[in-house]
Every structure is written in structure tokens, then in C-alpha cells.
Design a protein around this ligand. Structure first.
Ligand code: INI
Length: 154
């Protein structure tokens, strides 16, 4: 069997982050986790670009613009949609997920889905906090891994 596992080496990579301001306390935790892990993987701080948007629904368009700019190798999309806080949870969460997936497939620039979809704020904090679930760090790993895997697959 040919093993295509890649090493998580972020040196020289340029990573874009699109972060949604809605539920910014949670998203801020994920942002901290993403940035810290990218630096730990060797990404230079000046090669990390951050753009804020209003909510998760706005993420796909901004992510697409970043992906097609030629300035980044991957886009990490960070947001938090809480079921209890909106009757249109399914639309916001579903369209954000579908849109972010499309960005990756259409542009071939990895777009990582770091949008928490939870029933309540406690679940969101549990998954986002750097000293708990550290979802932001997972997104950094996913971005670097996918860039390296696509390079390897040619
Ligand atoms: N946006 C979020 O990122 N999270 C939410 O929980 C949320 N709620 O609860 O509605 C939310 N709504 C805003 C939406 O993403 C857009 O910004 C807004 O509809 C304007 O297009």
C-alpha cells in the first residue's frame, strides 16, 4: 500500500482566515487556537491574513474572494451558529457549510469548515476553548494537511 500521509509542515504557507463576528467571544477563542497552531506548524505570522465578516452566512463569499486572490494557500473559515438563538439556524448553518464546501471544490484552494453548530452556548465554549476542544487548532491542522496532500497528489 502506498502511504500518502503528509507531514504537518506549514513553513512557507500563506493562510487566510475568515472569521464571523456573530458570537465573537466563541469565534475569538477559535481564532486564538488557529493562529497559535499555525505558528506552531511553522507558518509565519505575517503570512496569516485575517478578514472579519458579520456572520456565518457571509463567510463563503469572503472565503471565495480570498481563495481566488492568489494570496493564500488555504482559507480557514471560523464561525459559531447556536440553535437556541435563531429560528433560521438551519439556513445559516446549512448555507455556511454548503458555501464553504463549494469554495474548496470550485477554487481547489482548501477551505476548512470551522463553523461550530451547537444547541447552546455551553456546547460552543466547550468545543472552542483553547484549553478544551480547541476546534481552531484542529482547523489549522486540517488546512496545512490538505495543502500538503493536494501538492503531493499533484
Ligand atoms: N450568524 C452567526 O454566525 N451565528 C448565529 O448564531 C446567527 N444567528 O443566530 O442568527 C447568525 N446570524 C447572522 C447571519 O449569519 C448573517 O450575518 C445575517 O443574516 C446577515 O446576512
Amino acid at each position: 500500500m502506498r502511504d500518502l500521509t503528509v507531514t504537518l509542515d506549514g513553513s512557507g504557507l500563506r493562510i487566510g482566515i475568515v472569521a464571523a463576528r456573530f458570537n465573537d467571544a466563541v469565534v475569538g477563542q477559535m481564532l486564538d487556537g488557529t493562529r497559535a497552531r499555525l505558528l506552531a506548524l511553522g507558518v509565519a505570522d505575517e503570512d496569516i491574513s485575517l478578514a472579519w465578516v458579520a456572520g456565518a452566512f457571509e463567510i463563503p463569499l469572503a472565503a471565495r474572494a480570498m481563495a481566488t486572490s492568489g494570496d493564500v494557500d488555504a482559507v480557514v473559515c471560523l464561525g459559531c451558529v447556536i440553535r437556541g438563538e435563531t429560528p433560521h439556524f438551519d439556513y445559516v448553518a446549512g448555507e455556511a457549510a454548503a458555501g464553504i464546501l463549494r469554495v474548496g471544490l470550485d477554487t481547489e484552494v482548501p477551505a476548512v469548515f470551522g463553523v461550530l453548530t451547537t444547541d447552546d452556548m455551553a456546547q460552543a465554549v466547550e468545543r472552542a476553548a483553547v484549553d478544551k476542544g480547541d476546534k481552531g487548532a484542529d482547523c489549522a491542522d486540517a488546512a496545512v494537511e490538505l495543502v500538503q496532500l493536494l501538492r503531493r497528489l499533484g
